[in-house]
Design a binder for this molecule. Structure first.
Ligand SMILES: *[C@@H]1O[C@H](CO)[C@@H](O)[C@H](O)[C@H]1NC(C)=O
Ligand SMILES: *[C@@H]1O[C@H](CO)[C@@H](O)[C@H](O)[C@H]1NC(C)=O
Ligand SMILES: *[C@@H]1O[C@H](CO)[C@@H](O)[C@H](O)[C@H]1NC(C)=O
Length: 598
C-alpha cells in the first residue's frame, strides 16, 4: 500500500505539465549482458527513486579518514562523530534547492521525500510515467536469462542541463548488478565435515623463519581452534564487558540461523551456549529461520566471527534488495546491489559495531561507476567513524575460477566485449579491507581466491609501494591489457577459507569460500579491537594505512599457489604483496603488540 503522502504527490504529478527545462543525457550504458528486455514497464509500477546529491566536502572527509587511520599521524584514533561525518558529506545548499525545485515541478512536495541524515540522498516513490518524465526516459521490464528474476530499469536517462552539477546519480535506473556470495563450492551442505580424525600436530613454517604448531586435522577441517592456531591467538580471550561489538552484513536472502548457532556452540564453543546475537532487519530484509523455506539460504559467517570474538556482542544485519521489483505473487524479491540500502541504515546509527564482516561480491563493471563510488564513499564514512570493514575478495580468481573462459564473466560489458580480468566490488573500493583466501598446511593461496585491480579507483597511496613492487619485480608485463596496472589492488590480506566446520540446516557440515576467510579475519580484528578497548584506546577503524605500514612486517607472507581464471593461470602468490593473498595471513600476537603501541 502507498503511504498517503505519496498519493498526494502522485496525483499532483499527473496534473502537472511536463518540465520546461531541456534535458541532457546524464548516464547511458550498453545493453546489459544476461538480461532480456521484455518491453515497456507497467504504468502502475512504483519506482523507489534515489537521488544522490554531490557530497560537498568529501575530499575533507577523506583527509580526516587517512589522518585518524594512520598510526604515524598525531590524530590517529580520533574518529569522527556521526554529526561530524554528516557535516562533511552534506550537499551544497544550491544543490538541495535545485533538486527540490525539480521535484516540485513534477508535483513532488518535500513531504513526499525521505532524506538521509546528511541530506546527500533524497528518496521518492513515483509511478513509472512520472519517473519517465523526470528522467526523460522509458523504463522497461528486464528479465535475467538465468534465474528469471525481473526488474524495471532503463539503459539511459537524462536530467535538465542545469541539474547536472547538482545530482550525482539517480537509481534504480542503470543498475543491473547482482550480488553473489556463495558458490557451489562454498556451500557443501550435506557433506558431513570430517571430525579431527587426523591426530598429532604439525609445524607450520612462517615467512619470518619461525614455526607455528597446528593440529594436523586442521589440514582437512578448519575449526575455530585451528583458526586460533593459524592466527597465533594463543589463549587470548575477549572481555565481553568493554563495549566491543562485531557484526555480519548479510544480503541476498541469506540468513544467520539461531538454532545452528547453538549447534555450532555445542560443537566448538560450549561456553557460548544459550547466548544470542542481535538480528537487525534492514530495508525489507527478512529473518528466515525456517529450514524448509525454499528461498532460504544460510549464512554461517556469524558462527565464525563469534567463534573467535565471543563474548563480544554480535549483530546480524539482514538487508533486503533495493526493490520493489515486479510485485506479482511468484516473483522473488531481487537482491541487486543492496549495499547502499545497508549503508543508509548503518550511517544513521549513533553507535556502530567496531568490526563488520561481509562476504559478498559483484563484478565491479555491473555496478555503474557513479553508484559504486557513492557506496565506497559510504564505506569511507564508516571508517572515519572508527569501524573496520572486512569484505571478501571474491570466490572466482581473476574471472571465474571454475567457469568457462568463453563465458561473459571474462569480458567487458561496455559494448566492446573486450577480454579482461574482472575486478570485484566492494573489494575494489580503497576504503575497505579485502580478504583473500588460503588453504592447507603449509598455507598456500586458494585457487578460488579473488584478486585484481579496480577499473574505477586508482591506487591509494597506502599500498603504492607494496603493489608497484609486485608489478615491477613479479608480474613484469604479464597479462598486460587484461587488468588496470594503476588501479586499487586487492586483496589486502588473506586467511584460511576452505572446509570450515560449521552448522548449517541443523547439521554439522563443511563450508568454505572467501566469506569464511573474511569472517575469520574479522574475528581477529575484533580481538585486536578488544585489546585496544581494554587499554582505554579507540578501536582500529579503517585498517589499511596501518596494515601496509607498520603492520606489513608482521604478516606471514604466502608465496605459493595461484588462482586461475579467464583461460589463464591467473596471478601467483609471491614474495611480498600479491593480488591473491595480499600481504599474507595475520599473526595476532605481533599485531596486538603493534596495535597497543600507538
Ligand atoms: C542452555 O539452556 C538449556 C535449556 O534451557 C539448559 O538445559 C542448558 O543447561 C543451558 N546450557 C548452558 C551452558 O547454559
Ligand atoms: C595438507 O593437504 C594437502 C592437500 O591434500 C597436502 O598436499 C599436504 O601435504 C597436507 N599437509 C600436511 C601437513 O599433511
Ligand atoms: C606464476 O608462476 C609460474 C611458475 O613459476 C610461472 O611460470 C608464471 O609465469 C607465473 N605467472 C605470473 C603471472 O607471475
Amino acid at each position: 500500500m502507498l503511504p498517503p503522502a505519496f498519493l498526494v504527490c502522485a496525483l499532483a504529478a499527473v496534473a502537472h505539465a511536463s518540465p520546461h527545462h531541456a534535458h541532457k543525457v546524464f548516464e547511458s550504458i550498453a545493453s546489459p549482458d544476461g538480461w532480456a528486455n521484455l518491453g515497456a514497464a507497467p504504468i502502475d509500477h512504483i519506482i523507489p527513486l534515489r537521488i544522490a546529491l554531490p557530497q560537498a566536502n568529501f575530499a575533507a572527509l577523506e583527509e580526516h579518514l587517512y589522518a585518524v587511520s594512520d598510526p604515524a599521524h598525531e590524530r590517529y584514533g580520533a574518529h569522527l562523530s556521526k554529526s561530524e561525518v554528516e557535516a562533511l558529506v552534506a550537499p551544497h545548499p544550491d544543490s538541495v534547492s535545485a533538486v527540490d525545485a525539480w521535484l516540485l515541478e513534477h508535483g513532488i512536495p518535500d513531504s513526499a521525500c525521505t532524506r538521509s541524515p546528511a541530506g546527500d540522498w533524497v528518496s521518492v516513490r513515483v509511478p513509472v510515467p512520472v519517473a519517465e518524465r523526470m528522467l526523460d526516459t522509458t523504463f522497461h521490464v528486464w528479465k535475467h536469462t538465468e534465474d528469471g528474476n525481473e526488474i524495471v530499469r532503463t539503459t539511459r536517462y537524462s536530467l535538465p542541463a542545469h541539474l547536472h552539477a547538482h545530482v550525482e546519480l539517480v537509481q534504480p535506473t542503470t543498475l543491473f548488478s547482482r550480488v553473489k556470495a556463495r558458490r557451489a563450492e562454498a556451500r557443501s551442505v550435506g557433506v558431513q565435515a570430517r571430525v579431527h580424525d587426523v591426530r598429532g600436530v604439525v609445524a607450520v613454517a612462517r615467512s619470518d623463519g619461525t614455526k607455528l604448531t597446528v593440529d594436523a586435522g586442521c589440514n582437512e577441517t578448519v575449526t575455530i581452534a585451528c583458526i586460533r592456531q593459524f592466527f597465533n591467538i594463543g589463549d587470548y580471550r575477549a572481555s565481553g564487558t568493554n563495549g566491543n561489538q562485531i557484526a555480519v552484513a548479510g544480503y541476498s536472502e541469506e540468513y544467520a540461523n539461531a538454532k545452528d548457532q547453538q549447534l555450532f556452540y555445542a560443537d566448538q564453543l560450549p561456553e557460548a551456549l544459550n547466548t544470542t546475537f542481535k538480528y537487525v532487519l534492514v530495508n525489507g530484509g527478512k529473518n528466515g529461520q525456517d529450514y524448509d523455506s525454499d528461498t532460504y539460504a544460510e549464512n554461517s559467517d556469524m558462527q565464525t566471527v563469534l567463534g573467535l570474538a565471543f563474548p563480544a556482542t554480535g549483530t546480524y544485519y539482514s538487508t533486503g534488495g533495493e526493490g520493489p521489483w515486479i510485485e506479482d505473487s511468484d516473483t522473488r524479491t531481487d537482491t541487486i546491489a543492496p549495499y547502499g540500502a545497508w549503508l543508509d541504515f548503518a550511517l544513521a546509527q549513533e553507535k556502530l559495531p567496531q568490526t563488520i564482516s561481509t562476504g559478498y561480491e559483484s563484478h565491479e563493471q555491473t555496478i555503474p561507476e557513479s553508484y559504486a563510488k557513492r557506496v565506497c564513499a559510504g564505506f569511507a564514512q564508516l571508517g572515519a567513524r572508527g569501524t573496520s570493514l572486512l569484505v571478501m575478495s571474491g570466490n572466482g580468481g581473476v574471472g571465474d575460477a571454475e567457469g568457462d573462459p568463453r563465458t561473459q564473466s571474462c569480458w567487458t560489458n561496455d559494448g566492446r566485449h573486450k577480454r579482461q580480468f574482472l575486478p570485484s566490488f566492494p573489494a575494489s573500493c580503497p576504503f575497505v579491507t579485502a580478504v583473500g583466501s588460503t588453504v592447507f598446511i603449509p598455507e598456500v593461496a586458494a585457487y578460488s581466491s579473488g584478486g585484481g585491480f579496480s577499473n574505477y579507483w586508482s591506487r591509494p597511496s597506502y599500498q603504492g609501494r607494496a603493489v608497484s613492487e609486485y608489478l615491477t619485480t613479479q608480474l613484469r608485463g604479464t597479462y598486460a591489457g587484461l587488468y588496470n596496472p594503476n588501479g586499487r589492488a586487492y586483496p589486502d590480506v588473506a586467511a584460511q577459507s576452505i572446509n570450515f566446520r560449521v552448522a548449517l540446516y541443523g547439521q554439522l557440515t563443511a563450508a568454505g569460500g572467501g566469506q569464511q576467510a573474511t569472517a575469520a579475519f574479522a574475528g581477529l580484528v575484533s580481538l585486536l579491537n578488544d585489546a585496544r578497548l581494554a587499554h582505554g584506546k579507540p578501536p582500529l577503524g579503517f585498517l589499511n594505512p596501518f596494515l601496509y605500514s607498520s603492520g606489513l612486517a608482521v604478516f606471514n607472507d604466502i608465496t605459493s599457489g595461484n588462482a586461475p581464471g579467464c583461460g589463464t593461470q591467473g596471478f601467483n602468490a609471491t614474495e611480498g604483496w600479491d593480488p591473491i593473498t595480499g600481504l599474507g595471513t595475520p599473526d595476532f600476537g605481533k599485531l596486538k603488540d603493534l596495535a597497543l603501541a600507538f
